[in-house]
Design a protein around this ligand. Structure first.
Ligand code: ADP
Ligand code: MG
Length: 251
């Protein structure tokens, strides 16, 4: 019933003597939001970077849609269906919301391997990129703001735009690192509703500090401390886990 889209086994990432990620396994299923929580320095961003290929693993294996992607470049991994948002934005502020999303939609073609048939079909590719762009704008709730210059949009809308840019490549798996960071209550509510809508079609890994949002959204929670998983389970199980309370939630 629930389709396993990404499976990581025993991931290890060492920075010199420090094991920032130390034997972490994680499974992401379509239709589920898998939240990863833990104190600062726990290894959450490093884990995200390993899954996206932005950092090479020291050891371990990652499978995406049934294929081994361990050691592939971020571009290859993106083309195989993994989308991630970055904590640091890559929005081009002088462009409109739509132009930013269209650039993201076109980037998938730019990285595609050379295929002589593409030479005949530039117009088809433009139409295809436009279709992905409009769909991403709509999914992210930005259609009405698409004509606005990105610099003139609110902080919350810029975070929605980052999600739209990620959606423009039509990923099946989404890795979101703190999408609610710096948001006020109303913006956070909009983002929570957006993530809730997205989970029907995607497998989502959500790294987030906002515990209200995490417990409102997560189907599965993994708690990391010092590079290791100390607990994994449903929100109910995590809430009642004494080890988690001692190590983290009770702080
Ligand atoms: P989190 O996202 O949970 O706050 P990080 O994954 O950013 O944690 O960091 C985990 C640990 O790895 C921290 O101790 C951090 O200082 C260290 N670390 C992260 N990136 C690097 C790097 N590029 N080089 C060396 N140490 C790093
Ligand atoms: Mg982090």
């Amino acid at each position: 019933m629930s389709e396993l889209l990404l499976s990581a086994q025993n991931l290890v990432k060492r920075f010199g003597g420090l094991a920032a990620v130390n034997g972490v396994s994680v499974d992401l299923h379509r239709g589920r939001i898998h939240a990863v929580i833990g104190p600062n320095g726990a290894g959450k961003s490093t884990l995200t970077n390993l899954l996206s290929g932005d950092l090479p693993t020291t050891s371990g294996q990652i499978r995406l849609n049934g294929q081994d992607i361990t050691g592939l470049s971020p571009e290859r991994i993106s083309r195989q269906g993994l989308g991630r948002s970055y904590q640091k934005t890559n929005i081009f502020l002088p462009f409109t919301v739509r132009e930013n999303v269209r650039l993201a939609a076109q980037s998938r073609e730019r990285h595609a391997p050379f295929n002589p048939l593409h030479w005949f079909s530039a117009a088809t590719h433009m139409a295809e990129a436009n279709r992905r762009c409009e769909r991403a704008l709509e999914l992210a709730g930005l259609t009405a703001r698409a004509g606005s210059v990105a610099a003139a949009t609110s902080h919350g809308e810029q975070r929605q735009l980052e999600i739209a840019m990620t959606l423009a490549t039509e990923p099946t798996v989404l890795l979101l690192d703190e999408p609610l960071a710096g948001m006020g209550a109303a913006e956070a509510e909009t983002m929570v509703a957006l993530l809730h809508r997205l989970k029907a079609e995607h497998a989502i890994m959500l790294v987030e500090h906002d515990m209200d949002a995490v417990f409102a959204l997560a189907d599965v929670l993994t708690v990391m401390v010092n590079g290791q998983v100390i607990a994994s389970g449903t929100p109910e199980q995590i809430r009642n886990d004494e080890g988690v309370q001692a190590a983290y939630l009770g702080e």
